[in-house]
Write a protein that binds this ligand. Structure first.
Ligand SMILES: C[S@@+](CC[C@H](N)C(=O)[O-])C[C@H]1O[C@@H](n2cnc3c(N)ncnc32)[C@H](O)[C@@H]1O
Length: 187
């Protein structure tokens, strides 16, 4: 079977075929950034670790891709850098593999960043959350986002979960597609 991140990429190719602006909210070693750069007009990519910026820069240069803004900042501040609406975004949560596991995404900031990203998503746009319930902070994120996404209004969003049914702690995907703009409260 395909790896979970390959399935995440397949979903974006299928559901956001004409991707103008995309965001990698957790750049890491740049695999998702590279994919987004190959499938979008312009990409914003964030990580709090400078080594991720350097590694991703090299990866993009090797592929002669120059349509990415690499930003060393938390995704909680993403929309101080991004002024336009976005077509697609990936949150590949957790820590950098083969690196310091204490530098990991944290529920308190992850939830603010995801909610803001959802507001900025265009109609027919998609957010992909890759969740890792196999470690402590990842389990908190997994529990929170599973509940939170289940109560999103079905007239406004499609939410799909993709997981290995017989591997409880394996990483899994929540894909959120905006199908209608939420009505604004006028009071
Ligand atoms: C699982 S890795 C991402 C993998 C990556 N997308 C790739 O293709 O290689 C998670 C990354 O999130 C980063 N991270 C943790 N907290 C963050 C935050 N608040 N804002 C942005 N990135 C963060 C970590 O530094 C780590 O590089």
């Amino acid at each position: 079977m395909k790896k979970i991140v390959e399935i995440a990429h397949d979903l974006l190719v299928e559901y956001v075929p004409n991707c103008h602006i995309s965001v990698d909210f957790t750049m890491g070693r740049g695999n998702d950034t590279l994919f987004l750069a190959q499938h979008s007009s312009y990409v914003y990519a964030f990580d709090i670790q400078q080594e991720c910026i350097e590694e991703t820069k090299q990866k993009l240069n090797m592929h002669h891709l120059h349509n990415v803004k690499l930003i060393c900042a938390s995704h909680v501040d993403a929309f101080t850098y991004i002024k336009e609406k976005i077509d697609a975004g990936i949150f590949n949560f957790g820590y950098l593999p083969q690196s310091d596991q204490h530098i990991t995404t944290m529920l308190e900031t992850s939830k603010v960043a995801v909610e803001e990203a959802l507001k900025r998503l265009v109609k027919k746009g998609m957010l992909i959350l890759v969740l890792y319930p196999g470690h402590e902070e990842g389990e908190k994120e997994s529990e929170y986002f599973a509940k939170w996404s289940k109560q999103l209004a079905s007239k406004d969003y499609n939410v799909m979960q993709i997981k290995m049914w017989n591997k409880e702690k394996a990483p899994y995907i929540l894909a959120i597609q905006k199908i209608r703009e939420e009505e604004k409260n006028e009071d």
